[in-house]
Design a protein around this ligand. Structure first.
Ligand SMILES: Cc1ncc(C[n+]2csc(CCOP(=O)(O)OP(=O)(O)O)c2C)c(N)n1
Ligand SMILES: [Mg+2]
Length: 788
């Protein structure tokens, strides 16, 4: 249906205004803001300009309040300009673009105040996030959520070079498996990346690939002016020339202007009859306007393409654009970080009838009546709901999570047992947990949970092995009521799905408590996506198992060394490495609460677990012990008043630490044993206490680790031991100035038994004893562990 001319004119005017405001925002930050000194702040005028029309079409006309958008990172100024016109972004923040507390360089859910739906920045991730957000919406609907709310479309604005990111392909495969709906990806096909002009014919590869995965593909190549010209005599020859023109040449001619186009056109097709007149009827400016009227810069073509979609199948729009359209460096291959000069901006400002000093005026220079524009903006469907970001009540978590006790267990086993116990009941907690795993559901011990809660699929699908009555430990029935989302192997998908599930309370108004599992070394495979999920403040629990060299015979390639440091360093993620299952149960209970705390207080949770079966302490879990465990440490054996040395350990090496402490205790006085359940929380508490004391002189607050180490004399040594990089615990010596010997793993790659590997890498009982000797005076420790 053709769009009404007055409305089209108004939308086109707004798109021009968006282009102006976004470019001016960047210009202001670099040249006008007090102390701005040229190129310091940066920004992407060309990359933004590319999307000004497409985004204006979406936000001012096509989108509904329930739709959610991931905006290509470098189009952030366009997004902020649109929000400014809506009255949802302040001039102050725009003037402070890329400054502290100003509008962010890349759209940010957590740092921007103008209601960003999905953060972007690391290209590729925001794109996949929309796909998983759509799957999560289906999950929530299938579980009876979102009553009275309409389904939203999940939309990504994608750079064409961004399509090189592997995580996009991984997500496409997963979307296909799960019957993806309600997802639109709009590729900004400007045929430029950061460095260069992209390959010819990429659109064909995209088209085939998307169709392969069940998507509709809509190519928006020509704008209205072009289509009109094609209908003129000679128009077909012009179309053929455009279609055959190499990307680099087209971009170069867009940069050079109408005269350059004319020369090329006349040289190449000028002898083909009527097309000569078609070209010569137009001035240089008109010719440039025609040749740069690609679909993505033509309001009518974009609105038509979007509005033609009357189904919920996923759609990929490939919209032809010119990078930097309308700006002096349009089409130039070096324009990615290019900025307009003051003189260029001055000229452009004057050409648009914008008076000096009125650059921020919303409707300055537009022919339309300001009141009419204002009324239009107020009535835009997307802008009608005052609150797009939703929330959901907190799900109650029992004070204590229980599990079936055994004297010997591993933390991985315990993880399965705790979830199994939750699954048996009918608590709100059980109903809100959703698990997911990249093809390691069984091997990370989620099997019992899945047996009870089932696999999720939009349509019922029986487990053939069950219907054929073949004995199997696992029930693989899938239904819309299932609570486990099975993924293929790609860990990137795991973290992006967790990110989508973990934002459900804000996106869908329904809280989910996502729990994901994977092998610990593959945290590194999905690390950028994990970081991205945390940056968006998504809330989830991830259990990583097995870990370290403790997985011994399973193979050197899968041994993780760096993950304790990742756990410490990752913002928004509280990391734990318990040794015993009662500790784990306390941590999981705390974790489900932590996942629901407000922004700035809560966060996600990482459990580094192990398959090593070890003897479990028989003890009552007192509230004090539980609190110490979640604060990060407790004395498993309290040091006496004259302690010369203490051992501090984390995780699966507990038996070695316990054994060594026994031997050392025969020859040294008052030896203590510190069980560290979370080096991350311990360190964070220490830093926070120091900051507090610095900020408020006179405040006496001591952190948990400071209190634990306070009774030790200054001469006492500390031996630390972890199945991971030794630096993770090395800082303990700085807390009160104790000398430290750090044991851990710096190399990996061997198979062997746990004993052999612990001995080889120096984290066995004797290595702990050696370290203790090195820290203390007196003769050698009398007894040692005998070699087996
Ligand atoms: C994961 C990641 N790698 C590299 C970059 C740096 N980078 C930013 S934009 C870009 C290429 C942009 O090309 P395209 O996606 O086509 O965007 P546009 O042409 O619209 O600017 C690159 C390499 C990044 N932001 N994220
Ligand atoms: Mg590009």
């Amino acid at each position: 249906m053709a769009i009404e001319p007055a409305r089209l004119e108004l939308l086109s005017a707004l798109a021009r205004k968006v282009l102006w405001l976004s470019s001016w925002t960047i210009h202001h930050a670099n040249h006008i803001r007090p102390n701005a000194d040229g190129l310091k702040v940066g920004g992407h005028q060309a990359s933004s300009a590319s999307l000004a029309t497409i985004m204006s079409a979406l936000y001012f006309s096509v989108l509904r309040p329930e739709d959610r958008v991931a905006v290509k990172p470098h189009a952030s100024p366009v997004f902020h300009a649109i929000q400014y016109l809506f009255g949802r972004q302040t001039r102050d923040k725009l003037e402070n673009f890329r400054g502290l507390k100003g509008a962010q360089s890349y759209p940010s859910r957590t740092k921007d105040t103008d209601d960003v739906d999905f953060s972007t920045g690391s290209v590729g991730l925001g794109v996949a996030q929309t796909l998983f957000a759509s799957l999560v919406q289906d999950y929530v609907k299938a579980h009876g959520g979102m009553k009275g709310r309409r389904e939203g479309r999940m939309i990504a604005l994608v750079g064409d070079a961004e399509m090189d990111e592997g995580n996009i392909f991984e997500a496409l495969a997963e979307g296909w498996k799960h019957g993806l709906r309600n997802t639109w990806w709009v590729v900004d096909y400007n045929r430029q990346s950061l460095d260069a002009v992209v390959r010819e014919g990429l659109w064909e590869k995209f088209q085939t690939m998307f169709r392969n995965f069940g998507w509709d593909v809509v190519i928006v190549k020509y704008g209205t002016l072009m289509r009109q010209a094609f209908a003129e005599p000679g128009g077909e020859a012009l179309r053929r020339w455009i279609d055959n023109c190499p990307n680099a040449l087209y971009a170069a001619l867009c940069f050079q202007g109408g005269a350059a186009f004319r020369k090329h056109l006349l040289d190449e097709i000028g002898d083909q009859g009527p097309v000569t007149q078609l070209i010569e009827r137009r001035s240089d400016d008109e010719l440039l306007a025609l040749m740069s009227n690609l679909g993505g810069h033509d309001m009518a073509s974009m609105i038509e393409a979007f509005e033609a979609i009357d189904h919920d199948r996923p759609v990929c729009f490939i919209a032809y654009t010119i990078k930097g359209i309308g700006l002096p460096f349009q089409g130039h291959k070096d324009n990615h970080a290019g900025l307009m000069t003051v003189a260029q901006m001055e000229k452009w400002r004057a050409a648009q009838d914008i008076r000096p000093g009125h650059e921020w005026d919303k409707f300055e220079g537009l022919p339309q009546d300001a009141a009419a524009l204002d009324a239009f903006l107020k009535d835009v469907p997307f802008n009608r709901d005052s609150q797009r970001r939703l929330n959901a009540p907190v799900v109650e978590v029992p004070r204590e999570l229980t599990f079936k006790q055994a004297s010997q267990m591993s933390t991985q086993q315990g993880f399965g047992l705790v979830l199994n116990e939750i699954a048996r009941g009918d608590s709100e907690l059980a109903a809100r947990i959703v698990t997911t795993s990249p093809d390691v559901t069984v091997s990370t011990n989620l099997g019992a949970w899945v047996n009870r809660r089932g696999l999720f699929a939009r349509a019922e699908k029986a487990d053939t092995f069950r219907s054929e009555k073949i004995p199997s430990t696992y029930n693989w029935d899938a239904s819309p009521k299932g609570q486990h989302i099975e993924l293929g192997i790609a860990e990137m998908n795991l973290f992006i799905l967790l990110s989508a599930l973990g934002l459900s309370h804000q996106i869908n108004g329904e809280r989910l408590l996502p729990v994901g599992t994977l092998y610990d070394p593959f945290i590194e495979r999905g690390l950028d996506a994990l970081n991205y999920a945390c940056y968006q403040d998504a809330r989830f629990m991830v259990a990583a198992t097995p870990s370290g060299i403790t997985l011994a015979p399973e193979g050197g390639a899968h041994q993780s060394i760096a993950t304790p440091l990742i756990g410490m360093a990752q913002d928004g993620l509280a990391s734990f490495e318990p040794a015993f299952v009662d500790e784990l149960a306390a941590i999981m209970g705390w974790g489900f609460r932590h996942m629901q705390r407000d922004s700035g207080e809560g966060g996600s949770v990482y459990l580094r677990l192990s398959t090593r079966t070890i003897e479990q302490p028989q003890r009552l879990m007192s509230p004090e012990l539980r609190e110490s465990i979640t604060d990060g440490a407790y004395w498993l054996r309290k040091p006496g008043p004259n302690a010369e040395v203490v051992v501090a350990y984390t995780g699966a090496v507990a038996p070695e630490a316990i054994e060594a402490t026994g031997f050392i205790g025969e020859s040294r006085r008052d030896v203590g044993l510190l069980a560290i359940t979370s080096v991350d929380r311990l360190h964070a508490g220490w830093t926070a206490a120091r900051n507090l004391r610095r900020a408020r002189r006179g405040v006496q607050h001591l952190s948990h680790i400071e209190q634990l180490l306070a009774p030790l004399s200054r001469d006492c040594g500390i031996v630390t031991v972890i199945d991971g990089h030794p630096a993770a615990l090395g800082w303990l010596g700085s807390v009160r100035g104790h000398r430290v010997e750090t044991l851990g793993v710096e190399h990996f790659g061997q198979t062997g038994s746990i004993d052999e590997l612990y001995r080889t890498y120096g984290i066995d009982a004797n290595a702990i004893i050696d370290a203790a000797e090195g820290l203390t005076a007196g003769g050698p420790v009398l007894h040692r562990k005998m070699a087996v």
